[in-house]
Design a protein around this ligand. Structure first.
Ligand code: ATP
Ligand code: MG
Length: 279
């Protein structure tokens, strides 16, 4: 693994601060993407994108189909090499050769299309590929079940470790994907259009889960087309159009502040116009 840190990975957690009220470890990971460009042949999917994900924040990526959102996150998650640019974790340059290296650094991702094996149980899916849940090369299912129950209780996931994934509704399958990342100690969770497959009620439940994760000091990168969701949970909004960042804003900032109004996707009303009109 090619990491720019001059200290071993476990020390990352030792440097974390404790929340004075909850005594939990809080936001230990600041992510910066600097000048990220990703080309596929002549197509420029990401064009010199700068992005900062602050610890413990919900950062929303908003943009039309094909804007380059998933590509950018796949670069961050080690699935694609950037053509240009660099990734910094806590100010130090890192290079993730594959998702395993991104996960080891505390980054988890739930893709638009889930990566679960339908005929396996929840515990088997969570244990697969996770070295920490293997003993002597075998899956340690009892330890995994225990971790799933603990995380499920903590976040109100209501996930039974022994159920087959194919028997679960889509919203619960998504929680299994989130559990997979949390079992691996993700500090930053990338959710790529998580609500596209959800009912309105499941969407509200997911937004509550995101709020809970944030309270626990996790950062979330939330990709969406939907302004209602973005307004409901974002601390920061970055608008991407045709591979470029075209607007960036704090959703609670004054509506007179320039920026996001000019970057909002085509055909969508500017939510801050709505706020100004008291809607
Ligand atoms: N592996 C690939 N090879 C070639 N072109 C790609 C590849 N992945 C993405 N692209 C192209 O890069 C551009 C950005 O795609 P990307 O999937 O990142 O957009 P997106 O913002 O996530 O869109 P959506 O909202 O539809 O998910 C698109 O033109 C897409 O066709
Ligand atoms: Mg996408």
């Amino acid at each position: 693994m090619t990491l720019g840190w001059d200290y071993p990975l476990p020390c990352r957690r030792q440097r974390a601060g404790a929340d004075p009220y909850t005594h939990r470890l809080v936001g230990v990971l600041k992510l910066e993407l600097k000048g990220i460009t990703k080309r596929f042949g002549s197509l420029v999917a990401n064009d010199h994108i700068d992005l900062v994900v602050e610890p413990g924040q919900v950062h929303c990526l908003l943009g039309e189909n094909g804007a380059g959102k998933s590509t950018l996150m796949n670069v961050l998650y080690g699935l694609y090499d950037p053509t240009e640019g660099e990734i910094l974790v806590d100010g130090k340059p890192v290079v993730f050769k594959d998702p395993g290296e991104a996960m080891a650094a505390g980054i988890g991702m739930v893709h638009q299309h889930f990566m679960l094996i339908p005929v396996f149980t929840v515990a088997e899916n969570v244990a697969l590929g996770n070295e920490a849940t293997k003993a002597a090369g075998l899956l340690n299912l009892e330890a995994t079940r225990e971790k799933i129950r603990r995380i499920s209780d903590q976040y109100g996931f209501d996930v039974d470790p022994d159920v087959l994934v194919e028997d679960l509704p889509v919203g619960v399958q998504q929680r299994v994907e989130i559990i997979k990342a949390l079992v691996r100690d993700a500090e930053v969770l990338i959710l790529d259009e998580p609500t596209a497959v959800l009912t309105p009620q499941e969407t509200d439940e997911l937004l509550d889960i995101i709020r809970q994760l944030k309270r626990d000091g996790k950062s979330i990168v939330f990709i969406s087309h939907k302004l209602r969701e973005v307004k409901a949970i974002s601390d920061t909004i970055t608008v991407i159009r045709r591979g470029k960042v075209v607007g960036q804003a704090d959703p609670t900032a004054s509506p007179t502040e320039p920026g996001i109004r000019h970057g909002w996707p085509h055909g969508e009303p500017d939510p801050r116009q709505g706020a100004r009109q008291g809607r």
